[in-house]
Design a protein around this ligand. Structure first.
Ligand code: BEZ
Ligand code: FE
Length: 333
């Protein structure tokens, strides 16, 4: 083939034959919906059928009931196209869209229902990295000068109060500027993040800095959407935690110091009441020195316990929630 010869980007048949079910011509809007539902019912996997039946029914209802115009449809297409195009290996604008529309928090809440006194989950967010270093008990996850001192301590427990030893606690937070280490172009090593292990009594303790509220990226299509809706783009200050212990359901959560004005309107709906914590001022230099903080310093103390559920408890709770959902869906039909 010579260099000038054009190539044809032809689509090829996927090999699936025309369906053997009678379908009327889609001459009226509602026939488009009913034909698509009939075709969807031919999908072999029952879960796929259920998901797409619901999606199609609700999406078509939404378009019909809001009388979406051609211009509105086109601007939605352009918005979604831009959202995809904004993604890079370091930036996930599609997940951010899911976050601000409450979809990430909803999926998380439905898949990790509250179990008694167990610590509730919260959104993971895009700033988790896999390179956090192990930090010894009482040591610091933050380099000097990263913010106001905070000492974090507590216990990892099972729902019956039994201490869980050797639980790996990954933790990450912003510095006093409201930035994660990954947002600095000169990041040389992980900072304001680390991995602590609970001791034989389930205790954990580490030095950190007081995290601050920060805006999620506002320079892309998701930022434009928030402006269109006149919504702020702030996450209240928080400390992320991911706790892993053998036999227990891995927990991704965060704790949110009380008093932040954005707690109940968190742009990504991550704050649950049970995750709001108290920071206590410790204006005592001797206590600060005892914990390894610099001379002449004071600090804030954050004390909270993490209660994990076993795999069995998590399964039972998820099953019960699914049954309740099916019951509600059945009652609606
Ligand atoms: C975060 O807390 O790191 C986060 C979560 C969702 C979207 C943006 C940031
Ligand atoms: Fe965060």
């Amino acid at each position: 083939m010579s260099a000038e010869e054009p190539t044809v980007h032809a689509a090829v048949s996927n090999g699936i034959p025309a369906p053997e079910i009678p379908l009327p011509f889609p001459d009226r809007p509602e026939i488009i919906t009913s034909n698509l539902l009939a075709l969807t019912d031919l999908a072999p996997d029952p879960r796929t059928r259920l998901i797409f039946r619901n999606l199609i029914t609700k999406m078509h209802e939404f378009i019909t009931e809001t009388s979406i115009t051609t211009e509105e449809w086109m601007s939605a297409i352009q918005f979604l196209t831009r959202t995809g195009q904004t993604c890079t290996p370091l930036r996930q604008e599609v997940i951010l869209l899911s976050d601000v529309l409450g979809v990430s928090a909803l999926v998380d809440a439905l898949n990790n229902p509250a179990v008694g006194s167990a610590t509730e989950s919260s959104v993971l967010g895009p700033f988790y990295t896999e390179d956090a270093l192990d930090v010894e008990q009482g040591e610091s996850i933050a380099s000097e000068g990263k913010g106001e001192y905070m000492f974090v301590e507590g216990r990892v427990l099972a729902t019956d109060g039994t201490p869980i030893s050797n639980a790996a606690i990954e933790t990450w937070e912003t510095d006093a500027n409201g930035y994660y280490d990954t947002q600095y172009s000169d990041r040389a090593a992980p900072d304001c993040r680390g991995r602590v292990h609970s001791d034989a009594d389930g205790r954990f303790a580490y030095r950190a800095v007081v995290p601050v509220a920060y805006p999620i990226p506002g320079d892309g299509p998701v930022g434009d959407l928030l402006l269109l809706l006149r919504r702020h783009n702030i996450r209240p200050n928080h400390l992320h935690l991911m706790i892993d212990a053998p036999g227990y359901r891995k927990l991704t959560t965060a704790v949110y110091p009380e008093g932040d004005p954005y707690l109940s309107s968190d742009v990504v709906f991550g704050v649950k009441k049970s995750l709001v914590v108290k920071l206590t001022d410790v204006n005592d230099e001797a206590e600060a020195r005892k914990r390894g903080f610099a001379k002449g310093s004071t600090f804030k103390l954050l004390n909270f316990d993490i209660v994990l559920v076993t795999e069995e408890e998590a399964e039972a709770a998820a099953k019960q929630r699914a049954q309740e959902a099916a019951h509600i869906a059945g009652a609606r039909l």
